[in-house]
Write a protein that binds this ligand. Sequence first.
Ligand SMILES: Cc1ncc(COP(=O)(O)O)c(C=O)c1O
Length: 415
Amino acid sequence: MKDFDIRWVRAQFPALRQEVNGRPAVFFDAPGGTQVPERVIDALRDYLASSNANTHGAFVTSRRSDEIIANAHAAVADLLGCDTDEVVFGPNMTTLAFALSRAVGRELKRGDELIVTRLDHDANVAPWVALEERGAAVRFVDIHPEDCTLDMDDLKRQIDKRTRVVAVGYAANAVGTINDVAEVVRLSHHVGALAFIDAVHYAPHGPIDVRALDCDFLACSSYKFFGPHCGVLYGKREHLTRLQPYKVRPASEEIPDRWETGTQNHEGLAGVAAAIDYVAELGRRASPEASTRRAQLLAAYGAIRNYERGLAERLISGLLAVPGLTFYGIRDPERFDHRTPTVAIRMEGHTPRQLAEFLGERGIFTWDGNYYALRLTERLGVESSGGMLRIGLVHYNTAEEVDRLLGALNEIART
Ligand SMILES: Cc1ncc(COP(=O)(O)O)c(C=O)c1O
């Protein structure tokens, strides 16, 4: 594999050229949304300039729209390792998860159970808790607070023949833990439950293979992996066909159309395909022998994981040396295969908001609060005092940016 070409990567993203108070902006806000390559911006503009129309019409812009939407399905199918009709688009992951949970709710009986976790974003909790109104009971899998990993023994204790759905995150948006989702799927299928994987936080960081995972559903969101604001849901064909979504009568009963309620964000879908092509090009550059788009995407994620791991090691070892700092999540470099480069901290004497403001003034963008991983901040006992400061890196970040952050945190730690 060739060296990671960070100069080429950064040149693709126009937003990275911004400055704050005369210094280059540092985007450590990726888990809240990533920046986009120029080709994504071009794709949105080109769609609106030359293809803007509704679908299935008898004229050229409508036909182009159909083609662009089909291309987006094909691109996501390559990203996730599935067929094009198993890819459903929607406004965002949250809306898709609610649509799916409503459809699942139509099959539930009193006494059925659903399993969610205390590690997850609420978008993978609330849609399942909403089914309590249909008589289902919701169980929560606990975490190990010392490293913010999922308590798999607790999951094994709670899962049984009554379980209908197990909803688990691929990776935790608040603290970066990567869960053993293959094992979660195995345990779910063992009791006849459906496995729903929230891959929103994982998708910019690692390869996804829904066939190998054998999950029933997996959701992600293109604005977290270098694209525009569009949600993505993978569903096994048999489930997308069997379950009954809420839909309008004239809309097609075919999959995936029956799930794609209303008119889609066509320009956004053009951008989704462009974002995936950006990742594929990164893969071609890392491994020129990769010939299919799927192979290029897998090569890209190999290079991304490798590069991000180096950044995570530098960041976390630096953070652990800052006086008065509390670190949440996996800190042992030997276990970094089980985390993304997203970390959460607190610092004695400063609220997370104060830290974010201090860094923001220096052009370093981080998040404070709970980032909707509300059960986690409650479980860790930090919700009532401002949550945590989240520093979220992706592959367009650099070691120099990490050093700037560490310098600033050491400065505030001394005040
Ligand atoms: C892990 C995770 N799941 C779900 C969501 C919700 O995604 P969306 O904004 O597409 O609804 C987010 C957003 O931050 C997230 O980080």
